[in-house]
Design a protein around this ligand. Sequence first.
Ligand SMILES: [Zn+2]
Ligand SMILES: [Zn+2]
Ligand SMILES: [Zn+2]
Length: 302
Amino acid sequence: MVPLVEMSEIDGLHMDLSSGLEDVPVLFEELTRPTFQYSPDNVQGPGCTTDPSEVTLPGCSCRSQSCCSETCSCLRTHGRAYDDSGRLPDLSRTGGACSRPVFECNALCSCGDSCSNRVVQKGLQARLEVCSTQDRGWGVRALEEMPLGTFVCEYAGEVIDFVEARRRQLSQRADENNYIIAVREHAGAGSITETFVDPARVGNVGRFLNHSCLPNLLMLPVRVHSVIPRLALFAARDIGAHEELTFDYSGGYSNQRPAERLCTERDSPAWGSRTDGPQRKACHCHASNCAGFLPLDLSVLN
Ligand SMILES: [Zn+2]
Ligand SMILES: [Zn+2]
Ligand SMILES: [Zn+2]
């Protein structure tokens, strides 16, 4: 069983769901806390041979406070993803930052903490609230405005391998939520990297985000210290305070070409349904282009 963690009280009405583990509290109104262990970062789960907290990437030798593209080995190798204010400027354009992997400066880099190539590693900075929605269970609300390209939060959990992801999906009951996201990255020359993250038992605020067919967040794999990517969610447009935050569980993003598209997979009952065939769950996102059902990606069954 997952140990129940005491939540710290914020103001008599709200609790901090992260119990002080995040820099900013994750507000939560209810008294009964969902049973899971809060972790701001990915943790090593069954089948994952690399500890995600280990530093496995090389660093740059820049002596400046902030790295510049001309001299920094990190930026020269992987390109500059963030602008000076730490946002992804090209989210709305094809061929922008989202079409190639993002590598941040890491623990081995000699640049300062204020380097503009350090964003996701700083963790949650946005003020968020987990609250119950009318028809979709829990959801996450923004408590402040977030301009296009702003890093909002990670989707952190246990990093597991394909076999364990499949085993967990097959053992799920029909009334249980599937939280497993499979991110498939096309690294050129036909090589594909797959990462499976399951925040069901150990996870962060990202596990409460709902799906929408017209989402306001975009998920991108971002590498910091480890070859194992963090699944980072950025504002896909300007987001107002009090808006519900959502992303497309299928990884779809209208402006990305299919070949460059990052494929995510969640709530795919095909994994868990051995005899009845896919039982798709209804989507209640209320978007004008709503597909009516949560995404299903059968290719992952191979
Ligand atoms: Zn740097
Ligand atoms: Zn550098
Ligand atoms: Zn660096």
